[in-house]
Design a protein around this ligand. Structure first.
Ligand code: BV8
Length: 250
């Protein structure tokens, strides 16, 4: 993997690193990716269920799907990919550089792996909100007693995630755009890069002159300069060892 060596050289001198992650970084934690056969649940397509229309039509079904995923995320453990990204953040910040982690994932595993500068572009499945009042709650780590679960203000509880057709949280999107202004290297890890506006960040980083690198088990349509093909839990630790020496693992 000669490209890993050239990517490591670029990473060694990068001053502003942004990492954009998708469901692929949590596959090695046992969580399903979003697309493909593995993503479907009881014969339902996630891209259909992850919409306000689906929740309005069948709040019980959508709540059950999300509660199942919430419990799976709580039971999962961060993997070597999450830990490598957390290690990269500590290295950059420790060396006086800048770092941002932009995640499309809602499973909270980056934060549990020790990442601090986490921008959750699509929300967080461990937080829910009353669908009428918007009041947020963090449910106990046990299954809901009913689907849908009544909220504190008379509505139903819905996950505090961004559904298709909903706008991304303003603060998160502003943070993502701000990161592009100082990003000189973008690592795109474990995402099919088909969901916008997140996927559009790759082209914008490249247009701003950043070195763009994809880490994925397969090549996607994302237009990047380098592709490191393999599981993120294997590629990222090797990349960091090559770039920074075999420092204590994160
Ligand atoms: C928006 C949270 C403005 C919920 C998600 C019509 C009307 C409105 C909007 C649209 C429209 N048509 C299109 C749009 C835009 C739409 C969109 O992009 N649609 C796509 C499908 C074409 N976007 C939106 O609606 C966004 N909002 O545009 O608002 C607006 C508003 C109103 C009207 C107009 C405009 C909101 C998008 C956010 C949706 N919510 N998630 C939930 O999680 O349930 S997105 C969902 O997809 C997940 O968050 C997921 O993270 C994200 C991206 O998927 P990936 O993470 O890439 O996961 P995937 O399974 O696809 O791929 C996994 C990858 O990992 C693969 O490449 C695989 O090879 C790789 N992999 C596997 N194992 C490993 C690995 N890689 C490394 N290592 C491994 N071990």
């Amino acid at each position: 993997m000669h490209d890993l060596r050239s990517v490591a050289m670029a990473l060694r001198t990068a001053r502003g690193v942004v990492v954009l992650t998708g469901a692929g970084v949590s596959v090695e934690s046992g969580l399903r990716p979003f697309r493909g056969a593995d993503g479907w649940w009881k014969g339902h397509d996630p891209t259909v269920l992850a919409t306000p229309e689906a929740f309005a039509a069948d709040p019980a079904l959508v709540s059950e799907w999300y509660d199942t995923r919430r419990l799976a995320a709580l039971a999962a453990q961060p993997n070597a990919a999450h830990r490598a990204i957390s290690r990269l953040e500590r290295h950059l910040v420790g060396a006086g550089g800048r770092f941002a982690l932009l995640t499309q994932n809602v499973d909270d595993l980056h934060r549990r792996a020790g990442s601090e500068h986490v921008v959750e572009l699509h929300g967080n499945i461990t937080v829910w909100r009353d669908h009428r009042s918007g009041r947020k709650v963090t449910p106990e780590p046990v299954p809901f007693t009913a689907y849908p679960q009544p909220g504190p203000d008379g509505g139903w509880l819905r996950p505090d995630v961004v559904w298709f057709g909903e706008v991304l949280p303003t603060a998160a999107w502003n943070a993502a755009e701000a990161a592009l202004s100082w990003c000189d290297m973008l690592l795109v890890v474990g995402t099919s890069s088909v969901v916008f506006p997140a996927a559009g960040l790759v082209e914008r980083a490249a247009a701003a002159g950043a070195v763009t690198v994809e880490v994925n088990v397969e090549a996607t349509y994302a237009r990047v300069e380098h592709r490191l093909v393999g599981p993120a839990g294997e590629v990222l630790p090797r990349l960091l060892d090559e770039a920074f020496g075999n420092a204590p693992r994160g």
